[in-house]
Write a protein that binds this ligand. Structure first.
Ligand SMILES: Cc1ncc(COP(=O)(O)O)c(C=O)c1O
Ligand SMILES: N[C@@H](CCCC[NH3+])C(=O)O
Length: 417
């Protein structure tokens, strides 16, 4: 039995009926399970037992402070991509020395703050970034720990918008140019070359491209060693996919066994930056059917969540599981398009779903723990949803729903002429 499962005809989160959570916290609402987050993180960490490693949760997938705090308590590292994400990790009790800073557009201010708090490593994506980091580190009189993010030109075989390891993608340093950039880095006085890094894409359901990328990085590590540049850690990024529908991605243990086998006897600490595989299936988006609109051509169930709450279907044509919280037998099942109230035809969470529905019914959109709330917006001036965490028989609000007045806080009218 998984943490989101049916008992006595109703979908539960751990031991709690989702209808009770909806009554107490309202809808739309993201519901996460602490147990599921912990299990998913441990699946990574335990599979690496006996190998020097650091699992850095990619907080872009879910940056709620309570989520980060759960992981910090387990000793997780964190992968960040902005100054804002850095502050979140610190506020959640994350250890600065376990933070890796990814992203291709770091500002001098972000670099300064990260150096001041003492992060583990900067994943540098260009020579321009390397030179800027040298300047900022020199100003502060410190050494910046650096890993170069290499673009290995490997096809991740995923959606083109979330494929990052091909040479036409904006990410990383072309692997053919990497030795030259390593030589430059090694010569810079305030740069401390520590690692090598890549991240080839997200929602990979086959680990072959990840292992291909690893082999390319290992060849580079060996070449650099022959030149006297010693790499201490290898960061393979995130990317491991999850099951949304019928995908069968490898488990972390299966994937990591291959990684360890390819590593051979090289003395390298392994870093990973998983996001989706830790939180996607630890969350659902709970939403209520607002109105039913059957038409001659299509049946629309208009729910109180929308593309502003969960943009994955609109942005990537992503398929998300949608289940009735209390499946009913008093009306016939029909095909419904599950749509939000936003003024866009792309505002749907699912199409042609066979469901027996009535107004007021609760639905759970599955696998919404990753790239859900974090990608939400206020489009159509809709308040962002609440987030709650189920933890050992209790449900805690970990972010309240936005109020309408918060939606225009910070704006001002022009002065009178
Ligand atoms: C640099 C980097 N690391 C880690 C991740 C996390 O990836 P995923 O959620 O697919 O594990 C991403 C997002 O794809 C990323 O861009
Ligand atoms: N936001 C994407 C994943 C992007 C990964 C970020 N590098 C998704 O929902 O699938």
């Amino acid at each position: 039995m998984t943490v989101f499962d049916y008992r006595n005809g109703e979908l539960h989160a751990e031991d709690l009926p989702l209808s009770d959570i909806a009554t107490r916290h309202g809808t739309p609402c993201f519901v996460y399970s602490r147990q599921a987050i912990e299990q998913a993180w441990l699946a990574w960490d335990q599979a690496l037992a006996g190998t020097p490693h650091l699992v850095c949760f990619a907080i872009k997938a879910n940056s709620n402070l309570a989520v980060l705090n759960i992981l910090a308590r387990l000793g997780a590292g964190f992968d960040i991509v902005s100054g804002g994400e850095l502050e979140r990790v610190l506020a959640a009790g994350g250890e600065p020395s376990r933070i890796v800073f990814s992203g291709l557009g770091k500002t001098a201010e972000e670099m300064r703050r990260a150096l001041e708090v003492g992060i583990h490593c900067f994943n540098v994506e260009s020579t321009a970034e390397l030179e800027r980091l040298q300047l900022v580190a020199a100003e502060l009189g410190v050494q910046a720990p650096v890993s170069l993010r290499v673009n290995p030109d490997v096809d991740a075989m995923t959606h083109p918008y979330i494929s990052t390891g091909l040479k036409e993608n904006k990410f990383g340093i072309d692997i053919a140019r990497a030795p030259e950039v390593y030589r430059r880095a090694a010569a810079l006085p305030n740069i401390d070359v520590r690692g090598i890094d890549c991240h080839i894409g997200s929602q990979l359901t086959d680990d072959t491209p990840l292992v291909d990328a690893l082999d390319r990085l290992l060849a580079l590590v060996d070449q650099l060693a022959a030149e006297g540049i010693q790499i201490q850690h290898l960061d393979l990024g995130g990317g491991l996919g999850v099951t949304y529908r019928d995908e069968t991605p490898p488990t972390p243990a299966e994937y990591l066994a291959k990684v360890k086998a390819h590593l051979g006897d090289r003395d390298l600490t392994l870093l990973f930056e998983p996001g989706r595989s830790i939180v996607a299936n630890a969350g659902v988006l709970l939403t209520r059917v607002n109105l039913l609109k059957p038409t001659e051509h299509k049946n629309f169930a208009i729910i109180d969540a929308a593309m502003n709450d969960l943009i994955r279907p609109a942005l990537y044509s992503a398929w998300m599981g949608i289940d009735a919280v209390r499946p009913r037998s008093d009306v016939a099942a029909q095909q419904w398009d599950i749509v939000g109230p936003v003024c866009e035809t792309g505002d749907f969470l699912g199409k042609d779903r066979e469901l027996a529905l009535a107004e007021g019914d609760l639905l759970a959109v599955r696998s919404a723990g990753a790239y859900g709330f974090v990608m939400s917006s206020n489009y159509n001036t809709r308040p962002r949803a609440a987030e709650v965490m189920v933890d050992g028989g209790q449900c805690h609000q970990i972010r309240r729903r936005e109020t309408l007045s918060e939606l225009f806080a910070g704006e001002s009218l022009l002065p009178e002429a």
